[in-house]
Structure formats: structure tokens, C-alpha cells
Design a protein around this ligand. Structure first.
Ligand SMILES: *[C@@H]1O[C@H](CO)[C@@H](O)[C@H](O)[C@H]1NC(C)=O
Length: 330
């Protein structure tokens, strides 16, 4: 039984990393995949640099999706949604225009499928919104190999209690594009709703595309807050697609790359209480709560101590009295 489990595990690892098409072999066909500024990374929050001058990321036009339907495509590696050029980003060194978004996820039944990790913790899935520097370049293809030619927003997705209706704008169409190279169009929707509500806390670093050819041209923004989908929605994502066109169907699962070495790179954070799960308001509330708690405890200790002291004094008096009486009576 143990041997069986071991064999299963080994073949799984081989399929995931060591097989002829596995990610360990990417550098032999795509040299840049072996570079020293690759993505994703494991963001160790103890080592990030707080940069108070990092401007907030401003998604512009994201909540006005226009009237044109959007292309949804199973490309064999992921599900990808084309985005109109009316969507762009403020708060970065240049104007970056949106091109597409796609998802990464894990095995069926697994809650580890994100590419980025925070303090070695992966989440169930990850959303990437890909933009290119449209001030300097005419297209995504032209910008893709230039330093900071691309800007990608990364949103970690975890399983929560309730359905996330925004993600259904994508998930409810997957059954029409189950096989590789199938396409459909979906009605426009507010892409902003796919993000967590708060975008103030994020990490910023220089990295790469996470699939071949792994160009090291991406200015990454990974949000600290997570988006949530229901378990049912995650299962839909993990179970709907095939990576094959025809013939024996192969499930499109586990399409995430392992974290890459940070090497000499710096990771900046837009916020200082890194590692904390709380916002400033929540921290303030927590602080006041703890202070009040301490005060109550102090008062309680004071009154108890006073009571004990009184009792001791009383006892001592009565002891002296009784022993004195005992002495005279003897
Ligand atoms: C990314 O690299 C460029 C060029 O080396 C540098 O100017 C910039 O500060 C780096 N940005 C980050 C976030 O590390």
C-alpha cells in the first residue's frame, strides 16, 4: 500500500516537473526560463522593503466593460479572456494597457494552485491580468521582450463561504470550451469585481512570464488581499477543461509553475504591517481592545491583592492575640 502510494507520488511529480514537457525542461528549449529574475516567487514578508512612496494601483475603465462581447479561449494551458484596450492601469511608471487575463489552478480536489506564495503559503488559484506599456510600444507582442514592457496584476484566490458572482462570468462558459483551441464569447462584465475589494496592500517586483518563453519583462504587482470563490466554483475550474484537442482527453489541471529563486532581487511592499491579516482600522480596534483588556486585568489584580493583604493582616492580628492569650494562660 505504501509502495503503491510512493509510486503514485513519484509518477505525479514526474508528470508535474520532470516529464519531457515538465517545467524543469523549459530552459533547454527556452533559455530565458533558466534566467535569474524568474516568476513566480515565494514572497517572504520578513524580507520585503516597505516603500511608502509606492502609488496605489488604479485600474481604470475596469468597471465600464463596454458593449462588445469578450473572447474566452481554452489555449491548452489555461483559460484566457481577451480584454479591450479601454482598460488600463494608473499608478505605475508608465501607462499600461490591458490585453488579457487568465487563471492558474491545481489538481482536482487540491487547494494549492496559485503560482505566487506569501510566506510559503499557496492558495487555491491565481488570476493574472496582463498589460503592456502602450506609451512605448504598439502591441503586447512588441512589448513582451522589453524591460518592464509588461505589467501583470496577480490576485491570489482562496476558497470562501459564498459564491463569487464575478467569477461566474468566466466559469459559467467553460463547458463550451472544454477542448484545446475552442473559443466562445462572453458578455462584457466589470473586471474590477474579480479583484479583492481592497487594493492598497500589494507587493512589487521585477520578474517574468510564468510560462515559456519566460521573458523577464514583467513589472509584477501581487495583491496582499485575496479574492474568494466557493468550493463549487473552484471544482468547476478544476474539472471543466481538457488540455487536448481530441483523442483521449487529458484534464487541464495543475497549470502553475513552482516558485523560482529570488536571487538578488528586491521585493517592495506598499504597506508596513506586512504579515498582518488586519487593516489599519482593525489594528487600531485591536490595539484599543488589548489596552482596555490590560487595564481591566490590572484593576482586578489590584483589588484582589488588596483583599488578600487585608485578610493577611486580619489573620496576623488574631494569631498574635491567641498566642498572647495562650502565653498568659500557661
Ligand atoms: C526593476 O528594474 C529596473 C531596472 O533595473 C529598476 O530601475 C527598477 O527599480 C526595478 N523595479 C523593482 C520594483 O524592483
Amino acid at each position: 500500500m505504501l509502495l503503491f502510494a510512493l509510486v503514485l507520488k513519484v509518477t505525479w511529480i514526474l508528470a508535474a516537473e520532470g516529464g519531457p514537457h515538465g517545467q524543469d525542461h523549459w530552459p533547454s528549449s527556452y533559455p530565458e526560463c533558466g534566467g535569474d529574475a524568474q516568476s513566480p516567487i515565494d514572497i517572504q514578508t520578513a524580507g520585503v522593503i516597505f516603500d511608502p512612496d509606492l502609488p496605489a494601483v488604479q485600474p481604470r475603465g475596469y468597471d465600464q466593460p463596454g458593449t462588445e462581447p469578450l473572447d474566452l479561449h481554452n489555449n491548452g494551458h489555461t483559460v484566457q479572456l481577451s480584454l479591450p484596450p479601454t482598460l488600463h492601469l494608473g499608478g505605475l511608471p508608465r501607462k499600461y494597457t490591458a490585453a488579457q487575463l487568465h487563471l492558474h489552478w491545481g489538481q482536482k480536489g487540491s487547494q494549492e494552485g496559485s503560482e505566487h506564495q506569501i510566506d510559503s503559503e499557496a492558495t487555491a488559484a491565481e488570476l493574472h491580468v496582463v498589460h503592456y506599456d502602450s506609451e512605448s510600444y504598439g502591441s503586447l507582442t512588441e512589448a513582451a521582450q522589453k524591460p518592464q514592457g509588461l505589467a501583470v496584476l496577480g490576485v491570489l484566490i482562496e476558497v470562501g463561504e459564498t459564491e463569487n458572482p464575478a467569477y461566474d462570468h468566466i466559469l459559467s462558459h467553460l463547458h463550451k470550451i472544454r477542448h484545446k483551441d475552442q473559443k466562445t464569447s462572453v458578455p462584457p462584465f466589470s473586471v474590477r469585481e474579480l479583484f479583492p475589494q481592497q487594493l492598497e496592500q500589494f507587493f512589487r517586483y521585477n520578474g517574468s512570464l510564468t510560462t515559456p518563453p519566460c521573458y523577464q519583462s514583467v513589472l509584477w504587482t501581487v495583491f496582499n488581499r485575496r479574492a474568494q470563490v466557493s468550493m463549487g466554483q473552484l471544482e468547476k475550474l478544476q474539472g471543466a477543461l481538457f488540455s487536448t484537442e481530441e483523442g483521449p482527453p487529458e484534464a487541464l489541471v495543475q497549470n502553475y509553475r513552482a516558485p523560482q529563486p529570488l536571487n538578488q532581487r528586491a521585493i517592495f511592499a506598499s504597506f508596513s504591517q506586512v504579515g498582518s491579516l488586519y487593516t489599519t482600522g482593525e489594528m487600531l480596534g485591536l490595539g484599543v481592545g488589548i489596552l482596555a483588556g490590560c487595564l481591566c486585568l490590572l484593576l482586578a489584580v489590584y483589588f484582589i491583592a488588596r483583599k488578600i493583604r487585608k485578610k493577611r493582616l486580619g489573620n496576623r492580628k488574631s494569631v498574635v492575640f491567641t498566642s498572647a492569650r495562650a502565653a498568659t494562660e500557661a
